[in-house]
Design a protein around this ligand. Structure first.
Ligand code: SME
Length: 167
């Protein structure tokens, strides 16, 4: 039987602070980038409501290549010239898309997706890849999600060794 997740206790930013502290503890003893992305995807996919996909793409040359994720099977390679992921990678900025059908060039991996947020994984000025979350609800992501996931991305980058993954 499907049991709905309980509503957030506290504000969204308080919930992210709690979740990001859990992430820091979870990743604290491990530096392998793939292992840390895999556990982060499992943690956030379960903890954040109304998601149908949460995962990572790593920058390899001019392409983003699929990394660990939770959700339906996804496109493996995304040129940095394409999609929401490509936009976040090119601009090195978080991109929030309230309605994916209104975003020219959106790449639909799961037809259920209605809104999306993509956060660049930055090690200083160096782009390692992107964190991507999709929702079946329009307008699912706001500035609190952007701030919370940007902080989470920094915890991930600082806790992990990506030297054999990106380039
Ligand atoms: N929608 C993304 C592609 C990746 S999937 O959402 C997992 C994009 O437009 O870049």
């Amino acid at each position: 039987m499907h049991v709905p997740k309980p509503p957030f206790a506290g504000s969204k930013s308080e919930r992210y602070a709690e979740l990001n502290a859990q992430l820091a503890a979870l990743l604290g003893a491990e530096r392998d980038g793939v292992a840390n992305c895999a556990n982060m995807a499992a943690l956030y996919f379960e903890a954040l409501p109304e998601l149908n996909w949460f995962g990572f793409y790593f920058l390899r040359g001019e392409e983003l290549v699929l990394g660990p994720f939770q959700g339906k099977v996804a496109c493996v390679r995304i040129p940095v010239t394409r999609g929401v992921c490509g936009a976040a990678a090119r601009e090195r900025k978080t991109v929030v898309v309230p309605d994916v059908q209104a975003f020219a060039g959106h790449i639909a991996c799961d037809a259920a997706s209605r809104s999306e947020i993509v956060v660049p994984l930055l090690d200083g000025a160096r782009l390692l890849g992107v964190l991507d979350a999709d929702s079946p609800r329009q307008n699912r992501f706001d500035a609190d999600d952007a701030a919370g996931l940007e902080a989470a991305a920094q915890i991930l980058v600082q806790s992990s060794d990506f030297s054999r993954l990106s380039g």
